[in-house]
Design a binder for this molecule. Structure first.
Ligand SMILES: [Zn+2]
Ligand SMILES: [Zn+2]
Length: 268
């Protein structure tokens, strides 16, 4: 997956350069942080990392002991796997937006002023761990064919980068099933049409349409971010530690503000 991953990064850079959705104010000082998140989420938390698999082995073993649908065809298993994984992704993403404890961590993903392919990788480790549990458990439940899984993961990775990119792309009729880059731009909009936000699906928009959280008018949103973003830490250590303090309601304390302010001096 590593060469594929690097190829996708190069394609995204070229796409944003030659086919931009919006003129953006990209600054060179953002590069170290983008590289950190790409390394952290793309390599440290890669789905085939031994320690990630070990960490999720408990629930995975339990699910593996359940009866798997062994008489199903590869197509049926892949479909079931995608639907279940997408449903859990939708539900957990909505949870991260609706519950203040979880939102404190998910803010790291939304702490951007403009869309960029590297934003796909901005994920706090708490969010990464929950996502890994979902992925591993769904995998154990369906025992999906490894070649099919490789293609699915490659598609999800590329599509996630495209969703967050500043590339002008419209999917036409596929927009009805897929959570398009345009729809995900609205997910990152400061304006929220519904309480908690909109367009929570990972690859598909089906669950958003089903549960009434789909919102993607034709124009692109004026502003990206979330209310109060200007008070949020900007460095990686500041955001990571600040999220933990915020989740337990300590971020308003004087000493924690000082600590996050100190961490915010980090070059990354
Ligand atoms: Zn979100
Ligand atoms: Zn996003």
């Amino acid at each position: 997956m590593d060469w594929f991953f690097l190829g996708a990064c190069v394609a995204a850079i070229l796409g944003e350069r030659y086919l931009p959705e919006k003129r953006y104010t990209f600054q060179k000082k953002q590069i170290p942080q983008i590289l950190f998140w790409v390394w952290f989420s793309g390599f440290v938390f890669s789905e085939d990392n031994a320690w990630v698999l070990a960490m999720t082995s408990g629930p995975a073993r339990f699910l593996a002991s359940l009866n798997t649908p062994s008489d199903w065809s590869v197509g049926q298993i892949v479909l079931a796997y995608v639907v279940v994984r997408e449903f859990f992704s939708y539900a957990s993403h909505r949870l991260f937006h609706s519950v203040p404890f979880f939102w404190a961590f998910h803010k790291v993903h939304h702490n951007i002023h403009e869309m960029h392919w590297g934003s796909n990788f901005r994920q706090h480790m708490i969010e990464q761990i929950l996502y890994m549990v979902i992925v591993t458990c769904t995998f154990q439940l369906y025992k999906i064919d490894t070649t099919a899984l490789w293609y699915l993961n490659a598609f999800q990775l590329t599509f996630g980068m495209l969703q967050h990119s500043n590339i002008h792309v419209r999917l036409g009729p596929l927009d009805y099933f897929l959570n398009s880059p345009h729809a995900h731009r609205w997910h990152h909009a400061t304006h929220t049409e519904f309480h908690g936000g909109q367009n929570f699906g990972a690859m598909t928009s089906i669950f958003d349409r089903l549960f009434g959280t789909y919102y993607a008018p034709k124009e692109i949103p004026k502003e990206i971010g979330f209310p109060g973003m200007k008070n949020f830490a900007v460095s990686v250590p500041g955001q990571v530690v600040g999220s933990f303090l915020d989740s337990v309601g300590l971020l308003k304390r004087k000493w924690s503000k000082r600590l996050v302010g100190f961490l915010d001096q980090s070059p990354v």
